[in-house]
Write a protein that binds this ligand. Structure first.
Ligand code: BGC
Length: 784
C-alpha cells in the first residue's frame, strides 16, 4: 500500500522543508515545525501569527498544568475527580511588524518567495520570505528560532528584515502575550477542553530596559509561572523605544528609519520558569537569568545546540538506506521524541509531546511500552528519568488504589500529568489496569538492558512490588475455571472492547509482573537487606505476600481457543458478531467518531494491537506458528484507529514472515505525522507512534530481543529498502549494527567484550573496534 506523501514538503534526509506557503496546512505545520527541549515546547506558528485557528499557536511547559473538576452529568463513587490540563503559557515569540505604515501579514500583499525549514542536525527552525505589501513595498525576512537544548528555560528568536526597495519607518513590536488561545469545543475525546481564564491570575508584570516579564499564578494547581523576554536590536541608525503594559500583555515597540538594503536584526531571548509553590517566581529571577543568557548571542547558542544534537545523533541516529522518505520520517520522529522528553525525573513524555495540547498534555502507558525502549537503547540515563517519574507519583497511585477498594499497593493513573487519575471515561481509562504491568515491564527491561542495580534498589523495586500487589486484590482463583487465577472487568489495550473478563494481554502481562515481583523481592533481600527491610516496613509488606504472587502467576489463566488455534482477546470476544467492514464507509473511520461505544463494544473489532502486542512483549513464550495464527486472525479485525497499532503489526509481521506487510506498516508509522495519516496531527504529534518507528526497525527488521541479559538479532532487509544502520547502548557498551541485503555486521564500538546471538549463532566481540560480518540474512519465510 503506497501512502500519499504530503506534496507541500520536500523529502530531505535531515530537514523538513515547506516551499511555498500553504495556509490550509497552517495548523498542521505549526505541529510539525514545533520545537522543544523537554521542558519548553513551542508550536511552529509564525512570530506575527496567521489566521484565527485556535490550535495553531501555543507554548507549553512540561509538567505544568491547571486543574479543573471533571463535571459528570451522572457521577458515581470513585470516578476521577479532577482533570489536569497542560497550561498554555504566555506567547513570547510574538513580533508585529509595520513597514512604512503597513502591517506585515501573510494574509495580505504578495508573497514572492517562501521557505520554512526545520534543520534537525542544527535544531533550528528557519523561515525565509520575500513579501510585497499592498502598497508595493518589498522586504525580505529571515527568522530563526531555537529552543535551547542546553538551557532548559530558554528559547531564542532571531528576526531579520531587509527593505529591498523602500526607505521609511519600520515599527517592530515585540510582545509577551498572555491572551489565552481558546481550544475549540468538540466531541472528539482526543482534543483538549477550553481553559477557565479566571484560574490564572497575573501577579507581576514588567516592561522596561529591553525587558518584558509576566508572572502568573495558577490558582487551581498552585503553580507560579514566570515568563520573560530580553531584546537586542542591531541597526545602524536611530531607534526609539516605547514600552507598554496591558492586562494580559506587555510589549516594547522599536521605531527605526529603515534604509534600502540595510538589515534590521532583533534577537529575542525568552525564558520560562514554573514551580508548584505559590509566589516562588518573581520578575527579578527572570531578569537576572535573561541578563546572563544575553552574554551569548544567537550564533553562540546555535553552536551549543548543534553540539548537543551531534551527541544525540551520534548515539541515536538510524540510517535507513534506499528510501529517502522513510529516512526523513525516521529522523523526524526521533528528533521529536528527543524534544518531548522530560529530563528531570519529575516529568515524562505526553502523548502529543510538547507540540500541541491534544489529550490535554497527558502521559499514558505510551511511554513505557512504545517510547522508553528507544531511549533505553540509545541514552539509558534518559530512560531512567522516565521511570523515576513513576516513582515520584507512587503516593498518588497508592491513594487511587484505595479509591478502588484495593487495600494494598498502588494503581497507576491511566492518564495524568501530576499523578492524579484524569481519565473521565473509566471503561477506556481506569479499567486499563494493565498500566501497572506495563510500568513493571519497563522497569525490568531498563534494569536488564542497562545493568543499573542502584535504580532497582532505590526506586524500581518499590514500583514493581507496589504495582504487583494490585493483581491479588483485583483477581481471584476461580473454582469454575479449575482454580486458575482470573481477572475480571478490565479493559485491555484495545479500546474498542471494554470491561471484559480475562483480557489475554492483561493476564499475560500481570503474570510477568508477578514473576518479576518475586524475583525483585528475593534480589532485594539478598543484595540490599536493609533497603528490603525498610521497604517492607514502610509499605507493610506481609511475609506471605510473595508466596501469593508466585501462586497467582503459576495459576494465571490465559484464554485459548483450541479449535481456532488462537488466543481469544478475552472470554467473550469470540461470541460477538464480526464488524461489517464491507458496509462501513471509508469516511466513518476512526469508528470512535461515528459510532456509540456500545455499538463498537458488541462487535469483534479492534482499535489497536492487543493480543499481538502481548505476543511481542512476551516473545519467548510463544512459537512462531502461534504468533502467525494470532496475527492472521486479528489483523483483519483491526482498524488501526489508534496510531499505536501499526508499529506492533509491523514487528509481528516481520517476525512471522510477512515482510511486505511489515514494510507497509512501517511506511505508515514512519510518516504518520509528516503525512498526517490520522488527520489530527494539527493537534500534536503522536509520540508513541514515533517510538514505534524505532521499534519497527530495531525489533522488527533487525529482530532484536532481550532474553535475560542476552541480546539476540534476526535481521533482514525488506524489499524496498537497501539496508539500515543503528547504534545501541547495552550495559555500558556501544554496539553498531549494519544490515544490507548481503550481510549483517556487528561492531563493538566501545566497552567490555560481549556475546550476542545472531539467529542461531553465538557471536563474541572481544574488543572495541572489532566487527563481525555475517553473510546474508535468511529470507523471511516461516518454516512451519
Ligand atoms: C489509544 C491509547 C493511547 C492513547 C494516547 C488512544 O487512542 O487507544 O492506547 O494510550 O490514545 O496515545
Amino acid at each position: 500500500m503506497q501512502q500519499q506523501q504530503n506534496p507541500n514538503h520536500q523529502v530531505h534526509p535531515w530537514e523538513l522543508v515547506e516551499s511555498g506557503f500553504h495556509p490550509e496546512d497552517y495548523g498542521l505545520n505549526a505541529t510539525l515545525f514545533s520545537l522543544g527541549n523537554g521542558f519548553i515546547g513551542l508550536r511552529g506558528a509564525f512570530e506575527e501569527g496567521f489566521g484565527p485557528e485556535p490550535f495553531a499557536d501555543g507554548c507549553y511547559l512540561n509538567g505544568v498544568f491547571a486543574s479543573e473538576p471533571i463535571r459528570y452529568g451522572e457521577s458515581a463513587y470513585g470516578y476521577a475527580k479532577n482533570n489536569q490540563r497542560m497550561l498554555t503559557v504566555p506567547n513570547g515569540k510574538s513580533i508585529r511588524l509595520w513597514i512604512d505604515g503597513e502591517r506585515f501579514s501573510l494574509a495580505e500583499g504578495e508573497l514572492l518567495d517562501f521557505e520554512r525549514r526545520l534543520d534537525m542536525a542544527a535544531g533550528i527552525l528557519h523561515r525565509k520570505l520575500r513579501w510585497r505589501s499592498p502598497n508595493g513595498k518589498t522586504m525580505e525576512l529571515h527568522s530563526r528560532r531555537l529552543v535551547s537544548l542546553t538551557d532548559r528555560h530558554l528559547y531564542l528568536v532571531h528576526y531579520q528584515l531587509t527593505p529591498l526597495d523602500f526607505e521609511g519607518e519600520v515599527r517592530l513590536v515585540s510582545v509577551l502575550d498572555a491572551g489565552l488561545a481558546q481550544a475549540e469545543k468538540s466531541d472528539d475525546p482526543r482534543l483538549a477542553s477550553p481553559i477557565d481564564s479566571a484560574d490564572i491570575q497575573l501577579q507581576e508584570s514588567l516592561a522596561d530596559g529591553e525587558q518584558l516579564a509576566l508572572v502568573q499564578e495558577v490558582l487551581s494547581s498552585g503553580f507560579s509561572v514566570g515568563s520573560g523576554a530580553l531584546h537586542k536590536i542591531e541597526f545602524d541608525g536611530d531607534c526609539a523605544r516605547e514600552y507598554s503594559q496591558d492586562v494580559d500583555r506587555v510589549s516594547v515597540e522599536y521605531r527605526l528609519d529603515a534604509r534600502r538594503g540595510q538589515a534590521i536584526r532583533l534577537t529575542k531571548y525568552v525564558a520560562h520558569f514554573a514551580e508548584q509553590r505559590a509566589g516562588s517566581i518573581g520578575t527579578t529571577r527572570l531578569r537576572d537569568y535573561l541578563k546572563d543568557c544575553s552574554n551569548k548571542g544567537f550564533e553562540d547558542y546555535a553552536v551549543l545546540q548543534r553540539r548537543e544534537l551531534e551527541s544525540f545523533w551520534n548515539q541515536a541516529d538510524v540510517e535507513v538506506r534506499g528510501n529517502d522518505a522513510l529516512q526523513q520520517g525516521m529522523r523526524f520522529n526521533l528528533f521529536h521524541l528527543f524534544q518531548s522528553l522530560g529530563r528531570d525525573g519529575r516529568t515524562n513524555i505526553a502523548a502529543k509531546g510538547l507540540s500541541g495540547d491534544g489529550y490535554e498534555g497527558h502521559y499514558f502507558w505510551d511511554t513505557e511500552i512504545y517510547i522508553l525502549p528507544f531511549f533505553l537503547y540509545t541514552q539509558p540515563q534518559l530512560a531512567r528519568g522516565l521511570l523515576e517519574y513513576r516513582h515520584s507519583i507512587l503516593d498518588a497511585a497508592r491513594a487511587r488504589a484505595r479509591e478502588l477498594a484495593v487495600k494494598k499497593g498502588a494503581l497507576f493513573p491511566w492518564r495524568t500529568i501530576g499523578g492524579e487519575e484524569c481519565s473521565a471515561y473509566y471503561p477506556a481509562g481506569t479499567a486499563q489496569f494493565h498500566i501497572n504491568a506495563d510500568i513493571a515491564y519497563a522497569v525490568r527491561h531498563y534494569c536488564r538492558a542497562s545493568g543499573d542495580t542502584d535504580f532497582l534498589r532505590d526506586k524500581g523495586a518499590e514500583i514493581v512490588i507496589e504495582g504487583a500487589r494490585l493483581w491479588l486484590e483485583i483477581g481471584h482463583f476461580n473454582p469454575r475455571r479449575d482454580n486458575r487465577f482470573c481477572i475480571s472487568e478490565v479493559t485491555g489495550p484495545d479500546e474498542y472492547t471494554a470491561l471484559v473478563d480475562n483480557n489475554f494481554y492483561t493476564n499475560l502481562m500481570a503474570r510477568a509482573h508477578l514473576d518479576y515481583a518475586c524475583e525483585v523481592h528475593e534480589w532485594l533481600r539478598a543484595n540490599a537487606p536493609e533497603t528490603a527491610a525498610e521497604l517492607a516496613q514502610r509499605i507493610q509488606l506481609d511475609e506471605e505476600e510473595p508466596g501469593a504472587w508466585r501462586r497467582a502467576a503459576d495459576a494465571m489463566y490465559l484464554p485459548e481457543d483450541k479449535g481456532l488455534g488462537i488466543h481469544p482477546q478475552d472470554d467473550g470476544f469470540l461470541d460477538k458478531p464480526q464488524w461489517d467492514f464491507a458496509g462501513t464507509p471509508a469516511d466513518h473511520y476512526p469508528l470512535l467518531l461515528h459510532y456509540h461505544p456500545l455499538v463498537i463494544y458488541r462487535h469483534q473489532v479492534c482499535k489497536q494491537a492487543d493480543v499481538i502486542l502481548g505476543l511481542f512483549l512476551q516473545s519467548s513464550e510463544f512459537t512462531l506458528e502461534q504468533k502467525r495464527r494470532d496475527f492472521d486472525f486479528y489483523e483483519p479485525r483491526t482498524t488501526h484507529d489508534s496510531t499505536l497499532s501499526a508499529c506492533i503489526h509491523s514487528i509481528i509481521a516481520s517476525e512471522v514472515g510477512y515482510p511486505d506487510k511489515a514494510l507497509d506498516y512501517f511506511q505508515q508509522v514512519a510518516r504518520m505525522d509528516l503525512d498526517n495519516h490520522h488527520n489530527n496531527t494539527q493537534h500534536g504529534i503522536h509520540t508513541a507512534c514515533m517510538g514505534g518507528t524505532w521499534l519497527c526497525l530495531a525489533q522488527g527488521f533487525a529482530g532484536m530481543r532481550l532474553h535475560g541479559e542476552e541480546l539476540s538479532f534476526n535481521p533482514y532487509v525488506p524489499d524496498g529498502l537497501a539496508g539500515y544502520r543503528f547504534r545501541l547502548q547495552f550495559r555500558g557498551r556501544t554496539l553498531e549494527l549494519d544490515v544490507d541485503g548481503e550481510q549483517t555486521s556487528y561492531t563493538l564500538v566501545s566497552g567490555e567484550p560481549i556475546t550476542l546471538r545472531h539467529c542461531d549463532e553465538i557471536l563474541w566481540l572481544s574488543e572495541p573496534g572489532q566487527s563481525l560480518a555475517i553473510d546474508r540474512a535468511p529470507a523471511r519465510e516461516l518454516a512451519v
